[in-house]
Design a protein around this ligand. Structure first.
Ligand code: PEP
Length: 257
């Protein structure tokens, strides 16, 4: 059995204001039990404006739910209007930050070079990056999904030392499956997640590659999560739409039931 603890993370995107966030996390806290946390790690990635409320709730009630942000600035501080630094996220005690989500790449022109800077910024401040990679439909149709995704991985990990890389989380998210209801088959997910682990072994070592958690993301729901999680190189899920329904997210967390 894999020694990697699955990470089930909810990416709320631009949904749930800070009051709704409190209600949502309270629902999760009410439903999830000690037993759930023995075998999985659970995280939520709310909008920046919710982080303080979520942090207060998590700290105050000593919840085991982890939390993080959906983006990070590549810079530490300064004249970068609208950006949020790694130091600020660390001050909130964010455990995770998504880097290079396909929506950031698509709508904000984020390149592999910028993702590399953001990965480094996250590590610099002790926040674990969840690096999102994955191909669009045209690349998938051409059968180039592995090469395309590995090139994104190479770019984002450039000059990232092994002691940091061994703690990174990679989310393989085929763009054509995000928010579309179109889920990759378990075999599709395994093909690319397995290739990602193989590339980590080439870039670093097999020992390091075996430690890194690789999530699948793309229309994950309670009805399809078990088959995806059964794949040997899938160590969790990054869940968008289905994470906005607390009951559904709890079912996803309990994918083994
Ligand atoms: C995501 O936002 O990372 C995602 C996978 O979204 P969805 O689950 O809605 O496809």
């Amino acid at each position: 059995m894999s020694a990697r603890t699955p990470l089930m993370a909810g990416n709320w995107k631009m949904n749930l204001n800070h009051l709704e966030a409190i209600t949502h996390v309270q629902k999760l806290a009410f439903s999830l039990t000690e037993k759930d946390f023995e075998s999985v790690e659970v995280a939520v990635l709310p909008p920046f404006t919710d982080l303080r409320s979520v942090q207060t709730l998590v700290d105050g009630d000593k919840l085991k739910i982890k939390f993080g942000a959906q983006d990070i600035s590549a810079h530490d501080s300064g004249a970068y209007t609208g950006e949020i630094s790694g130091a600020m996220l660390a001050k909130f005690r964010c455990s995770y930050v998504a880097v290079g989500h396909s929506e950031r790449r698509q709508y904000h022109g984020e390149t592999d070079e910028l993702c590399n800077a953001k990965v480094k910024a996250a590590f610099k401040h002790g926040v674990t990056p969840i690096l999102c990679v994955g191909e669009g439909l045209d690349v998938r149709k051409a059968g180039n999904q592995v090469a395309y995704t590995l090139a994104q991985l190479d770019g984002a990990l450039k000059d990232v030392p092994a002691d940091q890389a061994e703690t990174i989380v990679i989310a393989y998210e085929p763009v054509w499956a995000i928010g579309t209801g179109e889920v990759a088959t378990p075999e599709d997910a395994q093909e690319v997640c397995g290739a990602i682990r193989g590339r980590l072994a080439e870039l670093y070592s097999q020992e390091l590659a075996d430690k890194v958690r690789i999530q699948y993301g793309g229309s994950v729901k309670s009805g399809n999560v078990a088959a995806i999680m059964a794949q040997p190189d899938v160590d969790g899920a990054l869940v968008g739409g289905a994470a906005l329904d607390a009951d559904e997210f709890v079912k996803i967390v309990r994918f083994r039931d």
